[in-house]
Design a binder for this molecule. Structure first.
Ligand SMILES: *Cc1c(COP(=O)(O)O)cnc(C)c1O
Length: 356
């Protein structure tokens, strides 16, 4: 039976990306050697990282003056690298969930942290708006897509101070005005590559303003100067990232991706909104087009476990909701075809017909 992969992360990659990665593991570029056993300083790997960097810039339309870094440590390492490199006295954070909290916690080790707004009291079901950004803070940190709650800030904010964004789970899902950001970072394992890699898009001129010593490996300048090759980078995830970037380009780039993503999200949200049984958990105006969270209405609450079994039996993988939200979460990242979303919709409608 065909499985539909709705996993939140690590998550679905284009089949073609997985096949090409597997091929490079067996025989990289016809060399008869595996990409796992050659030097990261070999010509062939240098070409991989260079093309990945160039495609990042091309697809996201990254202006001059920005660098693209490929680092280990995942997004969580960036929770500490950002304040280590940018926080001199005070930083502002928008609290939109678990990941934002983890970022905030790290920043507190480096200076004062101002929480500009929070939707914690509503279990993060919406993105706070109309908050005041302190003009004297070193930067404002936001999480554009809240993977756990299915909320998303899909408009690029205007910030009077440097804007830092965790885009782990929505990078490449929509066009972004990079010039509005000082740093965009994320773990690769949601929309780009296997786990073990973080990407960082950084405005070079933002650096050099803090007075503390920054350890070499945690200093963005090191990785800018060394082209992400100060030490051995995560070579295999970088190779997969390159294949995803090639796949994005040959499928019409980010505009085309956004169009498909909007269609997939609309199909699923329309089904939820017209259902007697299911209801979405996120505020409508803040709904994510990457992670769709829904639960059973109170009258049907006891059927949640049955639906999960029904859906799993129909090939729906990874739709159990995060423990802090409950119910269901369908992650419908770039690589997910609309046919899989349709299969989930059919499954929901069939269950409702049987049970409502
Ligand atoms: C998954 C996720 C993270 C954590 O990423 P790691 O690479 O595991 O550290 C951080 N932020 C967001 C928004 C995420 O979805």
């Amino acid at each position: 039976m065909k499985k539909h992969n709705f996993s939140a992360g690590p998550s679905i990659l284009a089949r073609e990306v997985i096949e090409k990665t597997a091929q490079a593991v067996l025989d990289f570029n016809g060399s008869t050697l595996s990409i796992l056993e050659i030097s990261h300083r070999s010509k062939d790997f240098e070409a991989v990282i260079e093309e990945a960097r160039q495609l990042f810039k091309e697809l996201l339309n990254i202006p001059e003056g920005y660098s693209v870094l490929f680092l280990g440590g995942g997004a969580s390492m960036q929770f500490c690298m950002v304040p280590f490199n940018l926080l001199e006295t005070k930083a502002a954070y928008l609290n939109t969930g678990v990941w934002a909290n983890k970022a905030m916690k790290e920043a507190k080790g480096f200076g004062e942290v101002v929480e500009v707004a929070s939707s914690k009291d509503a279990n993060y079901t919406f993105i706070p708006k109309d908050f005041v950004i302190p003009a004297d803070a070193d930067y404002l940190h936001i999480t554009t897509n809240n993977t756990i709650y299915g909320t998303e800030l899909r408009k690029d904010l205007d910030s009077p101070i440097p804007l830092v964004a965790d885009m782990s789970s929505d990078i490449f899902s929509r066009p972004v005005d990079i010039s509005k950001y000082a740093i965009i970072y994320g773990g690769a394992q949601k929309n780009l590559a296997p786990a073990g890699l973080a990407f960082v898009i950084i405005k070079d001129s933002i650096l050099g303003k803090v007075s503390r010593y920054i350890p070499t490996m945690l200093n963005y300048k090191t990785h800018i100067t060394e082209g992400s090759m100060f030490n051995t980078p995560p070579v295999l995830p970088i190779y997969s990232a390159l294949e995803t970037l090639r796949w994005l380009k040959s499928n019409g780039g980010i505009q085309a991706m956004e169009k498909k993503n909007l269609a997939k999200a609309e199909l699923l949200y329309n089904t939820i909104d017209s259902s007697k049984m299911f209801v979405g958990t996120a505020a409508k105006e803040d709904r994510s087009i990457m992670n769709v969270c829904f639960v059973m209405k109170p009258a049907y609450k006891e059927l949640e476990a049955d639906f999960l079994k029904f859906a799993v039996a129909a090939g729906m993988d990874g739709i159990k909701g995060h423990r802090s939200v409950g119910g269901f979460r369908a992650s419908i990242y770039n690589a997910m075809p609309i046919e899989s979303v349709q299969a989930l919709v059919d499954c929901m409608m069939a269950f409702e017909k049987q049970n409502a």
